[in-house]
Ligand binder design. Structure first.
Ligand SMILES: Nc1ncnc2c1ncn2[C@@H]1O[C@H](COP(=O)(O)OP(=O)(O)OP(=O)(O)O)[C@@H](O)[C@H]1O
Length: 551
């Protein structure tokens, strides 16, 4: 940087000397009736330009020597930070993240190269011109310096606002990329769940936010107008307005006026215009991208410090005084519910419609958070568990079967993509899915969007086989057998209960409760837990439900 600065002095020599030499050529040569002398001064000016060119030539190696090592160390820091942070995130796409960041480093390299080449050159020329002007005529120097200083102060005062607003633009652009990437990666799930509109809304919101951020940034750029008026137009106007008076009173010669105009037009004005226009956006981009990279390297871009999440080592489920309502003013669906489900239990949940059975499944899975009380898995509160771990520990199968466009094999192994053929065969056999598989033409049979010709029962069997195949120690079926006939339901439930681990069945038929070790009766007020037989004795509501089911 020091060498760059030193060669910049030589490079800006023409800007410093041009007005003075031009003034000499006019005053001592052409206006004094000595054209040859005038030409000599102009020849001196040409020589100074040649010297300046030597300075420019010497700048280039030092430009590269400044920019390239900076780029190398930035790439190393940023890639290391990105890889570290993605190693912390399960399922992080390190490759994409690092390539996006190294692109930003390339942008820094290009911007810094341009800034050091052009902005430095014109700013040095502007400064040299101002200095030359002051030496040529201290009075002119002062008169020009005042509006220029005012313009630069105004520019500097608004630079912070511009940087903040430009940073918001960059952040919103990143958000568009993130939300679009998430949707593209999960497009199969988006289509299978008919969530296209919601996905489109998510991206649209990010795009609207960026448009607003761009408008706000554009408004902050309006400050360039008064800056250009003060720094570029006013000095020339002042010089031209004062020139007749000052020359008449012997304060300035005609050559000095011409020299002063030359300083303004060839030195000062281009410097200020570039600083405000191209240089402004260039320096802003540089500041914002470097700031982003620094945040990534220091980890300060995360909204909250990453607290290490736990994993459960056992799978007892404990609900402790859980109260949950769908809205603050709504009646709680679950009120002060406490429940212990030891690992390995087969529990059936029964109750009239609307008493909160599905809600309980969502609370136990951590999909919704209770307003009071909490749920633990293996003594770890659900919010403290690593999300990926929680999702792989508890498989929730809802009544609406999630079958997506893909092969039958892909649908079966959705929760265990690396299952062996023997494991898949076992799951298919256990769920009684073999006839369906034969009908479809084997594991490679394509299932079209929406499930094609699959019956509701077949779809449910596919999702049940998927749950059977998953390594989840806890499976929750939320009326997931509602389309199966009783024998098929019994076969599937018994197979799932025979796996190691916990099975919670939100019962669709009384037979589900009869098969379970424990039955939880939800009736909207005081839940009851017992066996099928104890509840029959204890609870008229349960007896009524059983009677209703058996009719
Ligand atoms: N997303 C929601 N927003 C607001 N209220 C909801 C929501 N989901 C469920 N509810 C309400 O919460 C109550 C319990 O619903 P839930 O689906 O948990 O009951 P359920 O016992 O599973 O019913 P069913 O046997 O009919 O499936 C109902 O009154 C229901 O209308």
């Amino acid at each position: 940087m020091r060498r760059l600065a030193a060669w910049s002095v030589l490079e800006s020599l023409p800007a410093f000397a041009s007005g003075f030499l031009l003034a000499q050529a006019i005053d001592r040569g052409f206006l004094a009736g000595e054209p040859l002398v005038g030409l000599w001064w102009l020849a001196a000016l040409a020589a100074v330009y040649a010297l300046g060119a030597v300075g420019t030539r010497q700048i280039y190696p030092w430009l590269a020597a400044t920019v390239e090592p900076l780029r190398d160390s930035l790439v190393a820091d940023v890639a290391a930070a990105a890889l570290n942070r993605m190693a912390d995130q399960a399922g992080g796409t390190a490759g994409a993240g690092v390539s996006q960041l190294t692109e930003q480093v390339e942008a820094v390299r290009a911007l810094l190269g341009t800034a050091l080449r052009n902005v430095r050159q014109l700013l040095a020329a502007g400064l040299a011109a101002l200095l030359g002007l002051t030496l040529l005529s201290p009075l002119l120097g002062l008169v020009i310096f005042l509006p220029v200083a005012l313009a630069l102060t105004l520019f500097a005062a608004f630079l912070g606002v511009q940087v903040r607003r430009y940073r918001a633009v960059v952040r919103h652009a990143e958000r568009i990329g993130e939300s679009a990437t998430a949707i593209v990666q999960g497009v199969r799930d988006v289509v299978a769940c008919a969530a296209e509109d919601r996905a489109a809304r998510t991206v649209a919101e990010a795009i609207d936010a960026q448009a607003e951020a761009l408008r706000s940034f554009a408004r902050s750029r309006l400050v360039r107008l008064p800056v250009l008026a003060l720094g570029v137009h006013l000095p020339l106007l002042v010089l031209l307005a004062l020139a007749p008076y000052l020359t008449e009173h012997g304060q300035l010669t005609a050559g000095q006026v011409a020299g002063g105009i030359s300083y303004l037009i060839t030195g000062l004005q281009p410097g200020i215009i570039l600083l405000v226009d191209a240089g402004g956006t260039l320096l802003l981009s540089l500041a914002v991208i470097l700031g982003r990279l620094a945040e990534i390297c220091t980890g300060s871009d995360r909204t909250s410090p990453a607290t290490p999440k736990s994993v459960a080592t056992s799978y007892d489920i404990e609900a402790d005084h859980v109260t949950f309502a769908y809205a603050p003013e709504a009646e709680p669906v679950l009120a002060d519910l406490s429940l212990h489900i030891p690992e390995g239990t087969h529990l059936a949940v029964v109750g009239p419609s609307g008493t909160g059975k599905s809600t309980l499944a969502n609370v136990l899975t951590g999909l919704v958070q209770p307003q009071r009380g909490g749920v633990t898995l293996g003594k770890v509160p659900l919010p403290g568990l690593d999300t990926a771990h929680l999702r792989s520990a508890i498989t929730l199968i809802p009544q609406e079967s999630y079958v997506f466009a893909g092969t039958l094999h892909e649908n079966l192994t959705y929760l265990r993509p690396h299952a062996t053929t023997a494991q898949v065969d076992e799951a298919v056999d256990a769920m009684g899915l073999t006839p369906t598989m034969s009908r479809l033409g084997g594991y490679d049979a394509d299932i079209p969007p929406g499930g094609g010709t699959l019956s509701h029962g077949e779809r449910q069997l596919i999702t049940l086989a998927r749950a059977y195949l998953s390594a989840a120690p806890v499976i929750i079926l939320d009326e997931a057998t509602s389309h199966l006939h009783p024998a098929a339901e019994a076969r599937a439930e018994q197979a799932l209960a025979g796996r190691e681990g916990t099975l919670i069945v939100i019962a669709h038929r009384i037979s589900s409760a009869q098969r379970a070790h424990q039955v939880l009766l939800l009736d909207g007020s005081s839940p009851l837990l017992g066996t099928h037989h104890t509840l029959l004795d204890l609870s008229p509501l349960y007896a009524e439900l059983v009677g209703h089911w058996q009719r």
